[in-house]
Design a protein around this ligand. Structure first.
Ligand code: NAP
Length: 172
């Protein structure tokens, strides 16, 4: 789960080591993509270009509160069109959720960093992918052509582990 049943990421799911990993990775991308209810809330967030998914716009629209952001509705404009309007056509992209947004990009990830906190339970929460819990996140990633890669223990005391799932080859 990425959030509880109320759609909120509780403190029980927030870990310093995970946040540091997240921040380092976001510092390496040109564009962040997320749904309207997600935000990375990092010290350098304001520097990043971003696409915010919403059905409240027909296609692509400016975000009056952030000149580096655009609202994007995939029903009205392609991902490539949205990146072009953002001025970042050949950029590296970091997708940070939530559920439906993570699911939308499953065939495109070069790498997906899946962190797991084994002692946290969020009954009825927001899953990492729409198919979870019918399938495990690992089954979903494997079924979309990603292979289990590097495993890092981020916080041994809390059992927090991150596995980087990699795509060995991309479909034409
Ligand atoms: N633990 C983690 O790693 C992690 C990661 C991500 C999020 N979270 C947490 O999860 C919670 C939010 O997750 P969420 O899944 O409910 O929300 P979300 O993806 O951030 O936002 C959902 C909204 O995004 C828009 N959207 C999603 N898919 C769309 C599509 N295909 N086309 C157009 N618009 C689309 C819609 O906005 P409109 O309603 O405006 O149409 C929808 O209501 C937050 O608490 C966040 O902190 C945690």
């Amino acid at each position: 789960m990425v959030a509880n049943a109320a759609g909120i990421m509780p403190d029980s799911l927030k870990f310093e080591a995970d946040q540091h990993f997240f921040e380092r990775r976001l510092d390496g991308v040109d564009v962040v993509v997320h749904g309207r209810h997600s935000h990375e809330r990092q010290p350098r967030s304001y520097l990043r270009r971003r696409l915010i998914l919403t059905r409240q716009v027909p296609a692509i629209a400016a975000d009056s509160s952030n000149e580096k952001a655009l609202f994007w509705n995939p029903a009205g404009a392609s991902f490539e069109q949205a990146l072009a309007v953002l001025g970042t056509p050949d950029s590296s992209v970091g997708v940070i959720g939530g559920t439906d947004v993570f699911g939308m990009f499953l065939d495109l990830y070069d790498v997906f960093h899946l962190s797991r906190a084994p002692d946290v339970r969020l009954p009825g929460g927001r899953p990492v992918f729409p198919e979870v819990p019918t399938r495990t996140p690992e089954e979903v990633l494997a079924s979309h052509g990603l292979d289990r890669g590097q495993r890092q223990v981020l916080d041994p005391a809390k059992g927090l582990v991150i596995v980087s799932w990699q795509r060995s080859s991309k479909p034409d």
